[in-house]
Write a protein of this length. Structure first.
Length: 367
């Protein structure tokens, strides 16, 4: 027999802020959480994304006739210390799969670098060796192929050996699991993590008449080797994996109350607010006149309009905007609400039709 617990408010889905989205940045919004769970979930996901996601990195380099990293190299502008630092900036991607048995093993990549007099003459006496020159034909995807590793000023032919491993977090050189070090091989400190920055914020959000629930906002920045969506998905699965062990205790099974189904009641309460005339919220004369010029007659027409669009109207400034935002906040509403925010198919193109349909049905019920 399961033990019955009360209802927990949980997000039905995650919203992705499309206005700020890019290949390396995304803002995720999840609501509502029970009070306190925004910080619990947000902090856990942030720590996992920053410390536990995997990616390839160069762990050692060997350049022919270069015995250590504290020396200058004849015919190369940069010293070996600078070259090592440049190798640390390499951004590589390769996601191992179950089907590839050796996909996680240490890989060695060898390249015979041949810089000819013709190449130097073509480049004004200085040939920049890039990451693409060394790794362009390897099994790894190179995300910064134009990264300059060193600059050659004299014709030369040297063999360069690189070792690439897949790992997580930051690993100092002495902790790399390289079994047999080759003579002249220089081990590197490696930053494997493909996530650059994770911020999370917790705000109050409304459920019915209660405003003390949590809205979790996660801002994820990666270095391009994985997308923010991949970072969040991988971190979630890692978190679930670590919680599974505690479920093995299995002392008692919990079932959770789903709460009363009040969809129609909640929708009617929301529509009652949206159908109100603008003058019902008692705005100042200046703000009311500006909204009249914008042809906004109801609260519904106002909330589906984004802030920038309102600010384009003549004589409508920040003071009027803040006044309207405060009034809407008191009603549990805000500017720029989407279909997902409202929980119904209501948008700029059909707002008047939806409100009129609601008022007609309401009048019919009252007869």
């Amino acid at each position: 027999m399961a033990i019955k617990y009360g209802k927990f408010e949980l997000p039905s889905k995650i919203k992705l802020d499309e206005t700020s989205r890019s290949k390396t940045f995304a803002r995720f919004i999840a609501e509502p959480f029970e009070r306190g769970f925004g910080h619990t979930v947000g902090n856990a996901l942030r720590r996992i994304m920053l410390s536990s996601l995997e990616a390839p990195a160069i762990v050692s380099v060997r350049i022919e006739d270069v015995p250590h990293e504290y020396m200058a190299i004849d015919g190369i502008i940069e010293d070996m210390t600078t070259i090592v630092l440049n190798f640390k900036s390499a951004l590589l991607r390769k996601l191992p799969t179950d089907e590839e048995l050796e996909s996680r093993e240490l890989k060695q990549i060898s390249k015979m670098l041949d810089v000819t007099p013709e190449m130097l003459e073509k480049n004004n006496g200085q040939y920049a060796v890039t990451l693409h020159d060394l790794l362009g034909e390897s099994e790894f995807d190179v995300f910064n192929p134009n990264l300059v590793i060193f600059t050659v000023t004299k014709p030369m032919m040297r063999k360069i050996d690189l070792k690439v491993a897949i790992g997580r977090g930051y690993v100092p050189a002495e902790r790399h699991p390289i079994q047999e070090n080759v003579i002249d091989e220089i081990l590197l400190d490696s930053a494997f993590s493909p996530v650059r920055l994770v911020n999370y914020f917790v705000e109050n959000t409304r459920v019915g008449q209660d405003t003390d629930f949590d809205r979790l906002i996660l801002e994820v920045t990666t270095d391009g080797r994985i997308s923010p969506e991949e970072a969040l998905t991988f971190a979630t699965q890692i978190g679930i994996l670590h919680f599974e062990v505690f479920d093995e205790l299995n002392v008692d099974i919990l079932s959770f109350d789903q709460g009363e189904i009040k969809l129609n009641t909640d929708k009617d309460a929301l529509m009652a607010k949206l159908a109100l005339k603008i003058n019902a919220i008692e705005l100042s004369v200046r703000s009311s006149n500006c909204l009249c010029l914008a042809c906004n007659d109801t609260i519904a027409e106002l909330v589906v309009m984004p802030e920038p669009e309102l600010l384009r109207f003549r004589n409508f400034g920040k003071k009027s905007l803040n006044e309207i935002k405060d009034k809407l906040k008191g009603m549990g509403l805000w500017l720029g609400m989407t279909k997902e925010d409202l929980g119904m198919d209501l948008h700029k193109d059909n707002v008047r039709e939806v409100v009129q349909d609601y008022l007609s049905k309401k009048a019919g019920h009252q007869i």
